[in-house]
Each structure stands twice: as structure tokens, then as C-alpha cells.
Design a protein around this ligand. Structure first.
Ligand SMILES: [Zn+2]
Length: 101
């Protein structure tokens, strides 16, 4: 699939699934990679700890669960609309950068 068309297709599909993501293609040695980046709100029943002096914090089970489900759902959507399935070990060269707001 043409890279520009692929970017648009993925952005649109994720938008209809409720995700406002940044979709980019790799350059150089990462040429074949498609990267999806977005931040999601924490779980509504979040009990993540406060950040420590280094800015890190414990991620609660609810947020871990939400993160896993969102990551899997985005991956499935991207695979479905792009037909990217190979190589299997790299999830079709799809990288998902998912963070919490
Ligand atoms: Zn949490």
C-alpha cells in the first residue's frame, strides 16, 4: 500500500474507533515500519501512585488492563485496514507507542 494512503487509512480507521492517533512511517533502516502514537486517559477507577522524585509512578491493575486492551485493539485495527501481517514476530512492522495522559 502506498505510504500516504496507508497513513490516511490508518488514521481514519482509528478515528472511527475513537482514537486520535499520530500515524507516521519510518525512515532509513526503519523504512517499513508504521508507528501509531497516542495518549489515553487513565482508567476511571485508577489507583496509580503519585510520581516519585524521578517522575515515575506505579501503574495500577486497572490502567495496565486498559493499556493492554487498547494496545491490542489498535493493533487489530491497523492490521485489518492495512493487511500488514508479516513478519509475524514484529506484528507486521507496526509499532504502537501508547502512553497515559
Ligand atoms: Zn491507574
Amino acid at each position: 500500500m502506498d505510504r500516504k494512503i496507508e497513513t490516511k487509512t490508518v488514521k481514519k480507521a482509528l478515528e472511527s474507533a475513537g482514537y486520535l492517533a499520530k500515524v507516521t512511517h519510518g525512515k532509513g533502516t526503519a523504512w517499513g515500519w508504521l508507528t501509531v502514537a497516542l495518549d489515553i486517559p487513565r482508567h476511571y477507577e485508577c489507583s496509580c501512585g503519585d510520581p516519585d522524585e524521578y517522575g515515575r509512578r506505579e501503574t495500577c491493575d486497572n490502567c495496565k488492563d486498559k493499556w493492554r486492551k487498547t494496545d491490542a485493539s489498535i493493533l487489530e485495527t491497523v492490521k485489518r485496514v492495512t493487511g500488514r501481517h508479516q513478519p509475524v514476530e514484529y506484528d507486521g512492522n507496526i509499532a504502537i507507542h501508547l502512553g497515559f495522559v
